[in-house]
Each structure stands twice: as structure tokens, then as C-alpha cells.
Design a protein around this ligand. Structure first.
Ligand SMILES: *[C@@H]1O[C@H](CO)[C@@H](O)[C@H](O)[C@H]1NC(C)=O
Length: 329
């Protein structure tokens, strides 16, 4: 019985440790505004400005997008076309499910088992974008993001991601040179984060999605790095909503259908959902713990003469302490 209790406690402490660890990074994320690496409004030349030509361009001119297959749904076509039309000198790569798997098999065979093991297709769609940026470099854009202007000014940074409100970063628009250390870290971390959190939303967000990327980013920021290794941050106003913003959400796209609406809502409230997810996991843990206690108590009651002992005494047993006293005497 005592051995069982110890095992149970160790398991529980491990779970609590993991939760606290996850929470501490999440709490850290809340206070991480990315300001130190922000791409300031002042350094972005206006659309069409001659200044753009004077900047060194590091990121290759490639646009990556993903979809199940080559039949892009009608509501996303205008957004896709806006990016293609504005960038006729860029290479355009659409990563379908088939092409993605072939690419992983050929270039990152060590990842294929993890890639195939993902229970949700969206996890593969998340993962593939990190690998193609790592391999080819370029700019990844979600299909529901249209382009509002040419992306050339964003080629002048070794890597950039987009800041989300209230916290963290997103994986819906990102740019990078090939083999940037941040994306090295990202693809290296994917297998370790491939866990099932028993709620599809949390599982997707924390294994491959924006929460995963934000946590890796927060940890990446702990180390002092040379400028080339920094991940620059595209701030919300430069992302969308203004004449000088790079992207726009194609009208009517995300609002088609209940599913899209739910996903859109979840994307906006991912922090709230994540914290409540962990809180629910904590409550479930506490319930298991009290059930275990009740079960232990029932066992105790059926052995007469033994009173209920405190938690600590039940762990340490009491006997060992007498032995220790004996030895000391
Ligand atoms: C592409 O995928 C969609 C959604 O699953 C499906 O309805 C469509 O038939 C597929 N098209 C082709 C050409 O396979």
C-alpha cells in the first residue's frame, strides 16, 4: 500500500511539475511583448518606396502556402491570388498533403514517424511550414491571409514572426532564411512536444500550433544572441488593418460556416482556452487525488486499531523514524 502511495505521489508531482513548468512559460509569455525585436514602423519603407531597393534582402523570394490538395476553396482564392499577383517575381509553392509527406520523407526522414503519428491533419499543416522555411527559406502565409502590398521589406530580416494580442506569436505568417537557428530549434522541438492533452484544441495548439511556437520562442529568447540569430517581430498594425500593413484577412473568408467561425474565435482566445485547459487538467488531478484518498481510507477503516494518519505520516510510515531514532540512540 505504501509503495503504491509513493508511486501515485511521484506521478502526481511529475504532472504538477509539468503544469507549473508550462504555466511559468505561459506567465512569462504574458509579460513578453517582443518589443526588443519589434520591426518598428519607421524602418518599413512605404509601399512602392525607392528605399526598399537599398535594403539588403536575405530571405529568398519564395511564398509557401498549404492546403489538403490543389483545389483551393473558392473563399480563399482571392487571398491566394492577391499574393501571387503582387509577387510575380517570387516562386510560389503550394504544399498539399501528398507533397508535404514526400518532402519530409526525402529531406527530414527522422521526422516522418512523428509527422505520420499526428492525430489531427492540422498538426501536419502546422509542422510542414516550419520545415519548408527551414529548408528553402521564404515567407509562409496562411490561405486566409491575403497580401495588401509587396512583402519585399520583410526580406531584409533573417527571420520574423507575427506578434499576437494579448500575448505570444502566431504561425500564420512567418519569414526566414534557410536553416535559421530559430527554425532549427523549432523543428528539433516538435517530437518532444508531440503529446496528447486529451482536448483536441490544446493538443493541436501545444504540439505544433501557435502556443508551441510561442513557448519555443520564449525559451529561445533566454539566450543572448548575435543579430543574425534574432527573430524579428511584425507588430499587429504592420500585420493588418492599415494602408501600410502587409496582409489583410480576405473578406468573408474566415466567417464562412460554423467550423471556421469556431476556429477563428479559438485563434483569438487561445490564451484563455489554454489556461482553462490546464486548469481543468488540474481539477481532474485533484479529483483523482481525493478518490485515491477515499480508497486508502476505506482500506484503513477495515483494519481495526489503526487511526487515520496524516498525509506525511502515511508516506514516511512512522516506522522508519523510530528506526532512525533507535540508530541515533
Ligand atoms: C480536395 O480536398 C477536398 C476536401 O477534402 C475534397 O472535397 C476534394 O474532392 C479534393 N479534390 C481533389 C482533386 O482531390
Amino acid at each position: 500500500m505504501r509503495k503504491g502511495t509513493i508511486v501515485f505521489l511521484v506521478v502526481n508531482f511529475c504532472i504538477i511539475g509539468l503544469l507549473v513548468n508550462a504555466f511559468s512559460t505561459l506567465i512569462g509569455l504574458l509579460f513578453e511583448d517582443g518589443a526588443a525585436d519589434a520591426i518598428t514602423r519607421a524602418e518599413i519603407p512605404a509601399p512602392g518606396s525607392d528605399l526598399i531597393e537599398n535594403r539588403t534582402q536575405m530571405i529568398p523570394k519564395i511564398i509557401h502556402q498549404t492546403y489538403i490538395n490543389a483545389s483551393i476553396p473558392a473563399q480563399w482564392k482571392p487571398g491566394q491570388q492577391s499574393c501571387i499577383d503582387l509577387h510575380d517575381d517570387y516562386e510560389y509553392k503550394l504544399w498539399t498533403d501528398d507533397k508535404s509527406r514526400e518532402f519530409i520523407e526525402a529531406e527530414y526522414p527522422w521526422f516522418l514517424t512523428t509527422f505520420d503519428s499526428y492525430p489531427f491533419p492540422i498538426q501536419r499543416a502546422d509542422a510542414i511550414r516550419y520545415f519548408v522555411l527551414h529548408f528553402y527559406g521564404g515567407i509562409y502565409i496562411d490561405l486566409d491571409d491575403g497580401c495588401n502590398r509587396r512583402l519585399d521589406p520583410l526580406l531584409s530580416y533573417p527571420a520574423w514572426v507575427r506578434r499576437t494580442v494579448p500575448t505570444g506569436i502566431s504561425n500564420d505568417a512567418m519569414g526566414s532564411i534557410p536553416q535559421h537557428p530559430f527554425f532549427n530549434t523549432v523543428i528539433d522541438s516538435l517530437a518532444g512536444y508531440n503529446r496528447n492533452w486529451f482536448m483536441p484544441y490544446i493538443t493541436v495548439m501545444y504540439s505544433t500550433g501557435p502556443l508551441f511556437l510561442s513557448v519555443i520562442w520564449k525559451e529561445y529568447l533566454r539566450v543572448d544572441r548575435p543579430p543574425m540569430e534574432h527573430v524579428r517581430i511584425l507588430m499587429p498594425d504592420e500585420y493588418k488593418g492599415f494602408a501600410w500593413s502587409f496582409f489583410n484577412i480576405v473578406k468573408g473568408s474566415s466567417w464562412h460556416g460554423k467550423d471556421a467561425q469556431t476556429i477563428f474565435w479559438m485563434g483569438k482566445h487561445w490564451l484563455l482556452l489554454t489556461v482553462s485547459g490546464f486548469a481543468i487538467a488540474g481539477v481532474v488531478g485533484a479529483c483523482l487525488w481525493s478518490l485515491w484518498n477515499m480508497w486508502v481510507m476505506k482500506g484503513k477503516r477495515s483494519s481495526p486499531g489503526r487511526k487515520r494518519m496524516g498525509l506525511w505520516r502515511r508516506i514516511s510510515g512512522g516506522k522508519e523514524r523510530y528506526e532512525l531514532l533507535d540508530r541515533m540512540a
